[in-house]
Design a protein around this ligand. Structure first.
Ligand code: SF4
Length: 390
């Protein structure tokens, strides 16, 4: 049976963070109840439409938004709907994204009993002033308390998200956050550098020159600090931003990075199945109405060209510390081996940005710091066969 991952999008939050451009909206109680009904209906519809017998669901990820804003019984019912519509592996990784201000101890006990076995908690910073700058409603004490409640509920696989490169953040603040989260001993840590997005409060402030961001080299120093400190604390970096104790890499995200197949359910969710990319209606009201009318809310389907797929294989695969098996990519898409101009490989290797050998290609630590540039250059140097066109 072919492996499959399910992503369920919950597009509600308590408030809007100042940097966020995700597809999420301030919680609307009556609409969220309709949304849960529509999502359950979409799960049933997609399970029936797919050859569900031929696929085994290995991971389910409830993301958002803030899924933990929904009542535990609704979340458990959605998980049950997945089990009813698909073959879910008994050892499937089932993750719930949560924010500290929404973690209620009894609800997490119910979620654990209902089958969730991994929690990803948005801590972001253990610094009250920085959390306020980000527009996050929790405090460092609340984040620590929430982590304790998640553990007490029986979750033995927990990720904490933390951010660097924040307005007004000094290296010592970042170190304090890293030390604080490591002292909690989660199984997984995700470290994200702040990016400024159009349409957010930070985007508007940045355009007016009113956002005091760390200089580029300070941003890089913070990332390097994570690269130095977390492995020494027992967390292996297995992806550009992801660190885990042995055996706790996020199986769901690995599916994306390895170009595995996944089904996106919910408003604005993306899927990749049988070589086809799809996207659902983005607005919750439009999503509910589409599912109510026709069972599905897919509004876009695309067959990416072989070249686009190879570029994507590079972009995603090079995020992984283990790197990318170039020969396998070449064979999969009918390209010469290596599929990248050898002169470019030699130049980037000479600059100490990549390591190539035994068919594997990976970024070095120096390459990680400029990963976007290196990956773009490699993707632009694909050696194409006659007949393969972009
Ligand atoms: S909690 Fe997360 S999804 Fe919600 S607004 Fe903040 S950053 Fe965006």
């Amino acid at each position: 049976m072919r492996p499959l991952a399910l992503y369920l999008h919950i597009p509600y939050c308590l408030s809007r963070c100042h940097y966020c451009d995700f597809n999420t909206y301030v919680l609307d109680g009556p609409q969220s109840r309709e949304y849960v009904r529509a999502l359950a209906a979409e799960i049933r519809h997609q399970g029936a439409a797919l050859d569900a017998e031929q696929r085994r669901v290995e991971t389910i990820f409830f993301g958002g938004g803030t899924p933990s804003l929904l009542p535990a019984e609704d979340l458990c019912a959605l998980l049950e709907a997945c089990r009813g519509a698909f073959r879910v592996a008994p050892e499937a990784e089932i993750t719930l994204e949560a924010n500290p201000e929404t973690v209620m101890p009894e609800a997490f006990v119910a979620l654990r009993r209902g089958g969730f076995n991994r929690v990803s908690l948005g801590v972001q910073a253990l610094h009250a002033g920085l959390l306020q700058v980000l527009g996050r409603p929790h405090t460092p004490a609340r984040a620590t308390e929430a982590f304790g409640a998640v553990r007490a509920a029986g979750f033995a696989n927990v990720n904490l998200d933390v951010m660097f490169g924040l307005p007004g953040q000094a290296l010592r603040d970042w170190r304090r956050t890293l030390e604080g989260v490591v002292s909690l001993a989660p199984e997984h840590l995700s470290t994200y550098g702040l990016t400024i997005e159009e349409g957010t409060l930070f985007g508007r402030l940045h355009r007016r020159g009113a956002l005091r961001l760390p200089a580029e080299d300070a941003h890089l120093t913070m990332y390097r600090e994570a690269l130095r400190y977390l492995p020494a604390a027992g967390y292996r970096r297995y992806e550009i931003s992801s660190f885990a104790r042995p055996g706790f890499a996020c199986r769901h995200n690995l599916t994306y990075w390895r170009q595995g197949e996944y089904l996106g359910l919910g408003a604005g969710a993306h899927g990749y199945l049988g070589g086809v990319r799809s996207m659902n209606q983005r607005l919750p009201a439009a999503y509910i109405s589409a599912v109510t009318r026709r069972g599905s809310a897919v509004v876009e389907r695309e067959n990416p060209s072989p070249v686009a797929q190879v570029e994507e294989a590079l972009m995603l695969g090079l995020r992984l510390a283990d790197g990318l098996h170039l020969a396998a990519v070449a064979a999969r898409f009918g390209l010469p081996d290596p599929p990248i101009d050898p002169a470019v490989l030699a130049r980037l290797t000479g600059m100490g940005l990549i390591e190539a050998g035994d068919g594997l290609l990976r970024l070095t630590e120096a390459g990680l710091a400029v990963s976007d540039t290196v990956i773009t250059e490699l993707a632009a140097s694909l050696v194409l066969q006659p007949g393969i066109c972009a």
